[in-house]
Design a binder for this molecule. Structure first.
Ligand code: ADP
Ligand code: F6P
Length: 447
């Protein structure tokens, strides 16, 4: 079997249990036992850009990491990737901030990554590039004379043409995407949006949906094991007999946290019978804390959380527990199993693995209920969830009210449908499907 070469901005930390973010999670569970090279950013900044990657071998997996120069970090990662592309790709043009110098840094870093990778490549390698940070990487590699197969997968949504056209020089990025042998996105809608733009640039509209998933059996096992652990027991004791509503997200404006908090406040106001009978635990580790839009979101949530607690708390009950740090993955699995409701309400999300993890973690005899945004890619796999419009806090409140009173038999039926859904597209089947498509590319195009 040929070597697999993964390229992504973020290379998971070596003690990988604490990685938050769908890309790291999906790939970790997807890597097969083949020889793999994984190149990406080291997570560190340096005074000058690194040209030689640092290599670190763990079994059959070799990490090759590069530091970013401080200017490049600011322009490529904080500026163009997360200040411009991220909001645009999540349909939030109004939050996008474009600067020509950021775009220049973005292209410079892609060029540097390509130079570093080209010298490590061997004939027959299959290169798999991930996410919006690296749209131009394939074209850069081709310009350096690299002939092996190169595929690209976008973990986040792709917006309709009318939104994409807000991006200055967006056509050039579309042509860059057109150079990949295989282009994967999460949903059919994303594929349609991207294909329209590819066709307009005279490129082959080859974007296809490869919905990403988790390893459901492994997550279910982790949840069962964690249920007997110290943290889950402590959570259980602290709740008393109250039902747990659980949210788990990076602290990101795409996750709909403001509307979610407001929805919960409306639950307590409109359906006061739930007061002192439920606790909402929101775990939202700080993400991209040096990007302006994320800092203001954090302030807004701090204030909102304080207001909800001060308005509704009793001397023996805090309605909302809000944590901004990461929690170990297996502990999270145990928390999911304990939660009567999983509350997943992104305003827009490529897939949303948390929704699938919540389902996988449930006790099949006494499962909880998933309340899910209609704008998460995962909705296509999760018939059986209560689907809401995340822009409407009243709809969230009503869905919570319904979810908290669904009888066991209906909960089991809903869960069984969702369990089939999370097993339809798993991390393993996603990786197999994408790599089969990549390896099926006619040798004449790649060689
Ligand atoms: P995104 O890629 O936008 O972060 P996903 O829901 O697809 O969203 O993936 C998030 C992944 O990161 C999930 O596997 C989830 O369990 C993990 N994660 C999210 N929040 C935390 C947290 N607080 N602690 C640890 N892991 C987290
Ligand atoms: O899954 C989407 C994604 O942007 C990944 O590419 C990324 O690794 C993850 O979210 C977390 O974001 P960041 O790498 O910026 O911390």
């Amino acid at each position: 079997m040929n070597r697999l070469v993964i390229v992504s901005n973020r290379v998971p930390p070596r003690e990988r249990s604490s990685a938050a973010g769908g890309l790291a999670v999906a790939l970790r569970e997807a890597i097969t036992r083949r020889e793999t090279l994984w190149l990406g950013w080291s997570g560190a900044t340096a005074s000058a850009p690194a040209v030689e990657p640092t290599l670190h071998r763990v079994g059959r997996l070799t990490y090759a990491t590069l530091d970013l120069a401080a200017d490049d970090y600011a322009g490529y990662y904080r500026g163009f990737s997360n200040g411009m592309l991220w909001p645009l790709l999540h349909h939030r043009v109004g939050l996008s901030e474009f600067r020509r110098e950021d775009l220049a840094a973005y292209r410079r870093v892609n060029h540097t990554f390509a130079l570093a990778l080209a010298q490590l490549l061997r004939p027959g390698d299959a290169v798999w590039v991930h996410d919006y940070h690296l749209f131009p990487l394939g074209a850069e590699l081709r310009a350096l004379g690299v002939r092996v197969r190169i595929g690209f997968f976008l973990h986040v949504p792709f917006p309709p043409r009318a939104l994409w056209e807000a991006l200055p020089d967006g056509d050039a990025l579309i042509r860059d995407i057109g150079t990949y042998d295989v282009v994967g996105v999460q949903t059919e809608d994303d594929a349609r949006h991207l294909n329209e733009l590819l066709a307009m640039q005279g490129e082959v509209p080859r974007a296809r949906a490869f919905p990403v998933g988790i390893d459901p059996a492994a997550f279910a096992k982790a949840a069962r094991t964690a249920a007997g652990g110290e943290e889950v027991k402590r959570l259980g004791q602290s709740l008393g007999n109250r039902a747990l509503i659980l949210g788990i997200d990076r602290l990101d404006y795409s996750k709909g946290l403001v509307q979610r908090f407001e929805g919960y406040a409306k639950l307590l106001r409109r359906f006061p019978e739930h007061c002192n009978k439920v606790t909402f635990l929101q775990i939202a580790p700080v993400s991209r804390g040096d990007v302006t839009q994320y800092r203001s979101l954090r302030r807004e949530l701090d204030e909102l959380a304080g207001r909800i607690n001060s308005e509704h708390a009793e001397f023996d009950w805090a309605p909302l527990r809000y944590l901004t740090r990461t929690v170990r993955r297996n502990v999270l699995a145990g928390f999911c199993r304990m939660a009567a409701v999983g509350l997943v309400t992104p305003l827009r999300d490529g897939m949303n693995l948390v929704a699938k993890e919540y389902v996988a973690a449930q006790d099949p005899d006494d499962p909880g209920v998933l309340v899910l945004s209609r704008f998460a890619g995962a909705v296509g796999d999760l018939e059986g969830a209560i689907v809401i419009n995340p822009h409407d806090p009243d709809a969230i409140a009503e869905a919570l009210h319904v979810a908290l009173s669904i009888p066991a038999e209906e909960r089991r039926a809903r869960w069984a449908t969702m369990w089939r859904g999370v097993n339809r597209h798993t991390a393993a089947s996603w990786a197999r499907g994408f790599l089969a498509a990549l390896e099926g590319v006619a040798a004449s195009r790649a060689a």
